[in-house]
Design a protein around this ligand. Sequence first.
Ligand code: NCD
Length: 315
Amino acid sequence: MGFSHKHLLGIESLRPDEITTLLDLADQYVDLNRRDVKHSDALAGLTQINMFFENSTRTQASFELAGKRLGADVMNMAMQASSIKKGETLIDTAMTLNAMHPDLLVVRHPHSGAVDLLAQKVNCAVLNAGDGRHEHPTQALLDALTIRRAKGRLHRLNIAICGDIAHSRVARSNIILLGKMENRIRLIGPPTLMPSEISAFGVEVYEDMEQGLKDVDVVMMLRLQKERMDGGFIPSEREYYHRYGLDADKLAHAKDDAIVMHPGPMNRGVEIDGEIADDINRSVIQEQVEMGVAVRMAAMDLLAQNLRANPTVEV
Ligand code: NCD
């Protein structure tokens, strides 16, 4: 039991009971964040550095707020797109920062595997804030917390993940997490946006939204990741919206109490109808943002506890 990791690099290495431990602690931080005085000393005296080699608004803000609410000294490094260089430069940057004795390093990088590589070179705890198409563990954890609070459980649910699966680290981390917790996962999207290794995931695959959404409890929409596309993946955004955009007609095939999720940022009118996104009876998109801060507080708290207790715990 407990949470015995030095880093949070992905969902892959977490056991179901560790996921539950983290979500239970996050629930407590949701309560703290709703109070007038939102402060704890869990990270007091520790230094947190955020290194985002890819643009981010909500994830970076969420990690920053999480660290500040726990009393850490938080620094944001502005890593412009132009400074993204090859492996050696990333490691050099990491070694330079390492020499300043940070305790928590939060890293987003456009290359899959870059954050794992970096974690091998530094002494501090590393949190993956999204690496290429690989993993985005805190997003999957915040989605899991949102689902658990809305549905009262995180197992035996029918969950549809829809749209641009191939380019999505959010989808990948969610498939792993929701699979570990024994949910039934359906992926819905055009074949051009399905990853080639899909059969290894143990999921059902649908090309048609209406069929795929039938009787699901959770509808998770994904952003069309235009910046990661280099060919003709979709005929046009209009056509995509017509076939795969979530609107009231398509949502009517899900269960009456199905919730609608989106990690943000949203392309309204491309993957989701603006009215559905804003419908407080169905959409939990704002809750996802709220849960994000709490989940990141829980993750950093657990890693800091391990750092303090045993600097050589397992990776
Ligand atoms: C996601 C990401 O960056 O992977 N967004 C986020 O974390 N806020 C999803 C996306 O960019 O579509």
